[in-house]
Design a protein around this ligand. Structure first.
Ligand SMILES: *Cc1c(COP(=O)(O)O)cnc(C)c1O
Length: 460
């Protein structure tokens, strides 16, 4: 399928409605067509090479071109490309992956419900949480509490659980029974009050308690959060936050749901982000890194508190997807989790790459545009500010993040902008030398952005 970039762009604009995209603007500018990838690099249809510091969309944990994943998919496609898991049937890859996930998950997780994506996983969470309380004779426990600026997917339930104002503004969301509290973003909420990060972490956790009391503890079913918010801009909570959230949920008997779609499978230097952040969820949503994005797969790891009730109290759970436990997806998941293990990627992120990225980011913090530089494992964020000493933000209308992102693409780096936060989440197979290469590109793009700001007078 060789066409010129212009031909691809014309056909794209004519027929393909992209996710989260302003269609007219895309048609005007033309899409960037990515045609191949290897290791941590992408190539577009013009042959332009890019260092993919976002792992595709936070998912290609083992990097591109891994033979064992490709072979696992090929072999499974030949042997049994599809069979379902309804009506008392199963396939070997789904059984084996459920078993393997229970092995790598924290203690107390012995069961898995498979879905096709993270959004479907979170829809499953809503239904499972409410089913749990129904079975326990507390059907009034319906409310799920989430946070502003959370991302939990794009289905009706996923978008409702999420805290993205722009998503709620379209389609009559959130659905009933979902409430949001403030996010644990120190720069936004804690710094203006002069609070230390630790003190702010406790304050943000207490917002949860206040909301539980306002709703009535007997009406609250669960609290859901990403250990580290990803799409919201790599918001790393203070270390005091999650343990206090856990304490509060325990006190009121409320279920804790960890959305591990980004943080799972080694991203933060543990198998799951809750282990890094110090809490013990009852449910964990997963997707993305479970197959390193080679093929769609998601689901929910179900802790024993819930599994026991679902299983022992009996009755049919009227929920499932055609592709729940898809054999090819599960075969790729098996190969991927096996590869993460055999390469020791979780330990590498924890002991070597994570600390190294933190060190590199500490040096990027010297840059005149950088107000804050933070990392957690192999996730990093740089906050762009107008005045470093005062921590003053650029006016939103300047879209300073998009200016920087434009330079990144031109210089051969995929880095994402979320407002004024520039974020990375590179593949876990990245080397120290490649982290240096990424950092040099980041510094260069910051310099180019600074030069724009100086030339245009944005700094005054
Ligand atoms: C990407 C993401 C989702 C949604 O997953 P999809 O596979 O896109 O449906 C849910 N939660 C988090 C934290 C995510 O980053």
């Amino acid at each position: 399928m060789t066409r010129t970039t212009q031909e691809w762009q014309a056909a794209d604009a004519a027929h393909f409605l992209h996710p989260f995209t302003d269609f007219q603007s895309l048609a005007r500018k033309g899409s960037r067509v990515i045609t191949r990838a290897e290791n941590i690099y992408l190539w577009d249809s013009d042959g332009h090479k890019l260092l993919d510091a976002m792992s595709g969309l936070w998912c290609v944990n083992v990097g591109y071109g891994q033979r064992s994943l490709i072979d696992a998919a090929t072999k499974q496609l030949q042997e049994l490309p599809f069979y379902n898991a309804f009506f008392q049937t199963a396939t070997p890859p789904a059984i084996a992956l459920a078993e393997l996930l229970a092995e790598v998950a924290p203690p107390g997780f012995e069961h898995v419900f498979f879905a096709g994506s993270g959004s479907e996983g979170n829809d499953t969470v809503v239904r499972m949480v409410r089913r749990y309380w129904d079975l326990l004779g507390q059907p009034q426990r319906q409310v799920i509490i989430s946070r502003d600026n959370a991302y939990h997917g794009s289905t009706m339930a996923g978008a409702s659980l999420g805290g993205m104002a722009g998503m709620h503004a379209q389609g009559g969301l959130p659905i009933p029974g979902i409430e949001h509290i403030g996010q644990p973003y120190w720069w936004q909420h804690g710094r203006p009050q002069g609070l230390s990060r630790e003190a702010f972490g406790l304050q943000a956790a207490h917002w949860l308690e206040q909301r539980i009391l306002a709703i009535g503890p007997d009406k609250v079913a669960a609290f859901i959060g990403e250990p580290v918010q990803g799409a919201g801009g790599v918001i790393i909570p203070p270390a005091t936050y999650w343990p206090e959230v856990q304490r509060i949920c325990d006190q009121y008997g409320i279920l804790v749901v960890s959305d591990e779609v980004i943080c799972g499978f080694g991203r933060t230097g543990s198998w799951f982000g809750c282990q890094t952040q110090g809490f013990r969820p009852d449910l964990m949503t997963f997707a993305k890194g479970v197959t390193s994005g080679y093929i769609p797969l998601g689901g929910v790891l179900v802790g024993e508190r819930i599994a026991r009730v679902l299983i022992e109290r009996g009755g049919e759970f009227n929920h499932g997807y055609t592709y729940s436990g898809h054999p090819v997806a599960c075969a790729v998941g098996l190969a991927n989790v096996g590869l993460i293990r055999s390469l020791g990627l979780v330990e590498r992120v924890r002991d070597d790459l994570g600390p190294y990225l933190a060190q590199v980011y500490a040096s990027l913090a010297d840059h005149p545009l950088v107000g804050d530089a933070e990392t957690c494992g192999l996730m990093g964020a740089l906050l762009l500010v107008k005045d470093k000493a005062q921590g003053t933000a650029f006016p939103e209308a300047l879209e300073i993040g998009m200016v920087c992102r434009g330079h990144c693409f031109r210089e051969g780096l995929v880095m994402r902008a979320v407002g004024d936060r520039m974020i990375v989440a590179p593949p876990l197979v990245i080397t120290r030398a490649q982290i240096d290469e990424m950092a040099a590109l980041i510094r260069r793009c910051l310099d180019l952005t600074l030069a724009d700001a100086q030339r245009e007078g944005w700094l005054h």
